[in-house]
Design a protein around this ligand. Structure first.
Ligand code: UDX
Length: 442
């Protein structure tokens, strides 16, 4: 455990989960955000996102006095030796990460620096940002005529939404990108609880650490696109992609993880980071053909889901489709880049009406799909979506959709056709109820 205070700037997924978990490791954390409403909510002990285990951990650490919340960035900088930057880096119109918030924080750090600081970049940022952060801080110091030592470290975060607390506390590795011995030692103390649990630490330079995050996400996204392409071919040749993935995964060099075909990957990281790394490469006159192809295959996969449905149901005009799941994956209310955001509008454009249900994402869906509100009815539960529908489409594999009462499904649907875009069911078991089953690549 690290003895001095740590500031975490930004209370999004990474900042809040990171803050609460680092507090749980025994550190003293100041979590900072400029959003007053959010900070007030957190001060009352309320977690603004849906994330397993986070509320309990927050309660515990607030009670023990290890975590506090403030909007005062300047005071937080002064009080702490380690400052994590975990503000958002939303994609610009051209796909590059918008660094305004990161550099704004760097500026504030430079303006309020009062001694040696370790500035840790936890947001996913283009290669070279660490150096920009350092330059921005130095500029402010020069302007003030101040002379303090500081180090900038890239410490990428690999947590998944929905499993954020688990992933933060059980990482596969901790990457620490800096050549400063002092900063390496301080961060090792911050993460001491993990070190004691035998988590491997990778010490490298700034640029390598920044690349590790992009390379990992781009590889996983491409792996999904690879199996999705295999699913399209499997459908044509009469093969079963699930069995292909299972057998491929038995090869330890491949592994069975991230080899599930579906409607395409979504979320806040894979689409954004794949586009960003291609862009970064372009700026350096490098053509990342494999990742570019992975991005295109993902776009195709979403369209292919629509073709699957229109191909089987012919004309969608006047037809109603029951839709299960809207979030980009289960256990989250997040719909960023969810395949549903492409698939539903295209089905509606083709004439369909939608009856949708999602355990967490319906609120977000009402504004994200506002343009289509006339054609979407949000339902009370999964069975409600099926009432009188011409087909059922499972888009996101929430656990509660894994145990559907298939007799009830058959009785409720006007036309018993089931598009299972996540291959949750087996054709044989669904066919027993006289329901037509269409999976992905099976
Ligand atoms: C991802 C990375 O896993 C994480 O390490 C990184 O820090 C952020 O991005 P996340 O976006 O939360 O995390 O979700 P993840 O569980 O990785 O799923 C991403 C998308 O891929 C989802 O849309 C999911 O449905 C899809 N997916 C995943 C597949 O289609 N098939 C798979 O086999 C795995």
């Amino acid at each position: 455990m690290y003895k001095n205070k740590i500031s975490i700037i930004g209370t999004g997924y990474v900042g809040l989960v990171g803050g609460v978990c680092l507090a749980d490791f025994g550190n003293t954390i100041i979590n900072v955000d400029i959003n007053e409403e959010k900070i007030e909510q957190l001060k009352r002990g309320e977690v603004p996102i849906y994330e397993q285990g986070l509320q309990d951990m927050l309660d515990r650490n607030m009670e023990e006095g290890r975590i506090s919340f403030t909007t005062d960035v300047a005071a937080a900088v002064e009080e702490s030796e380690v400052i994590f930057i975990s503000v958002g880096t939303p994609p610009d119109e051209d796909g590059s990460a918008d660094l305004t918030a990161v550099l704004e924080v760097a500026k504030t750090i430079g303006q309020n620096m009062n001694g040696y600081k370790v500035v840790v970049d936890k947001s996913t940022v283009p290669v070279g940002t660490g150096r920009k952060v350092a330059a921005t801080i130095q500029e402010q110091l020069d302007e003030r005529g101040a002379n303090f030592d500081f180090d900038v470290v890239s410490n990428p975060e690999f947590l998944r939404e929905g499993k954020a607390v688990h992933d933060f506390t059980h990482p596969d590795r901790i990457v620490i990108g800096t050549e400063s011995e002092q900063a390496r030692e301080i961060l090792s103390e911050v993460y001491r609880a993990l070190y004691l649990n035998d988590v491997p630490f990778v010490y490298t330079n700034l640029e390598t650490a920044e690349m590790i995050k992009y390379a990992s996400n781009a590889f996983l996204a491409t792996k999904i696109s690879f199996i999705n392409e295999m699913s399209v071919l499997s459908e044509k040749v009469g093969a079963n992609v699930q069995e292909i993935a299972r057998a491929m995964g038995m090869d330890g060099r491949i592994s069975d993880k991230f080899l599930h075909s579906g409607p395409g990957y979504g979320g806040s990281c894979f689409p954004k980071d794949t586009r960003a790394i291609v862009r970064i490469a372009n700026e350096h006159d490098v053509d990342l053909k494999v990742i570019q192809a992975g991005i295109e295959a993902n776009e195709y996969q979403k369209k292919h889901m629509v073709e699957k449905i229109t191909g089987r149901l012919d004309d969608l005009e006047g037809k109603t489709l029951g839709v299960l799941g809207l979030s980009f994956k289960p256990e989250t209310d997040d719909m960023r880049e969810s395949p549903a955001l492409t698939i539903l509008p295209e089905l509606i454009e083709a004439g369909a009406k939608i009856r949708a249900y999602d355990p967490q994402a319906m609120e977000e869906s009402t504004w994200r799909l506002k343009e289509y509100e006339q054609d979407i009815i949000y339902c009370a539960n999964e069975y409600d979506t099926m009432k009188g529908s011409d087909a059922l489409v499972l888009v996101t594999e929430w656990n509660q959709f894994r145990r559907l009462d298939l007799q009830r499904v058959k009785d409720l649907l006007a036309n018993p056709v089931f598009f299972d875009l996540r291959n949750v069911y087996k054709e044989k078991e669904v066919a027993k109820y006289d329901i037509d089953y269409i999976g992905v690549g099976v």
